[in-house]
Design a protein around this ligand. Structure first.
Ligand SMILES: [Zn+2]
Length: 183
């Protein structure tokens, strides 16, 4: 599953935003006939819009998808934590993009937060498994050595290679879906 997809005309769309981040409605991509040819931003394979039993909107790969897509192999807990991160970033009045990949492929941010003037970027990673400080340092260097992709927000101008530090922090399960986290 993933929260982002590539729409054939609108470009990148985000299932966690009411207008999908580009002025479209969920009904414009969910259960449409004929189907909208959505693609996975990570592997390029076809995806389709789905709604979970908990009313969570997301994109799922079509049957026969490649087994090695990074987003396909992430757990539900990881996805819910990404959603918490994006919600917190938006509550702080920053722009949040889910599942952003560097144009040169050097990094992949769970949530890329950007200030409205486009001058500051912070990459947030939902880290549920143990990680060494060396790995964290190495990831941070990768962000720093690469410019973020041009944000999809129309109000955000492209800026010159700001650093995009990653951070880790202790988390608690979201209150509203604690049962999901224990399963
Ligand atoms: Zn994929």
């Amino acid at each position: 599953m993933a929260f982002a997809a590539i729409h054939p005309e609108a470009g990148r769309i985000d299932a966690t935003l009411p207008d999908l981040g580009c002025g479209l409605t969920w009904a414009a991509v969910h259960k449409t006939r004929p189907r909208v040819a959505l693609r996975c931003p990570e592997c390029g394979y076809g995806v389709h819009a789905k709604v979970s039993t908990r009313k969570l909107r997301y994109f799922a790969h079509d049957p026969g998808r490649p087994a090695d897509c990074a987003w396909l192999n992430e757990s539900l807990e990881h996805h819910l934590l990404k959603l918490e991160l994006a919600t917190a970033v938006r509550a702080a009045d920053w722009h949040a993009e889910m599942e952003v990949r560097a144009s040169d492929g050097t990094w992949r941010a769970d949530v890329l937060a950007s200030s409205h003037d486009g001058t500051r970027h912070i990459a947030w990673e939902a880290q549920l498994s143990p990680i060494t400080s060396e790995d964290i340092q190495e990831r941070t260097e990768r962000y720093r050595s690469s410019a973020p992709p041009t944000p999809s927000s129309p109000s955000t101008p492209a800026s010159a290679a700001p650093s995009a530090p990653a951070a880790t922090f202790p988390t608690k399960p979201p209150r509203s879906s604690a049962s999901t986290w224990r399963s």
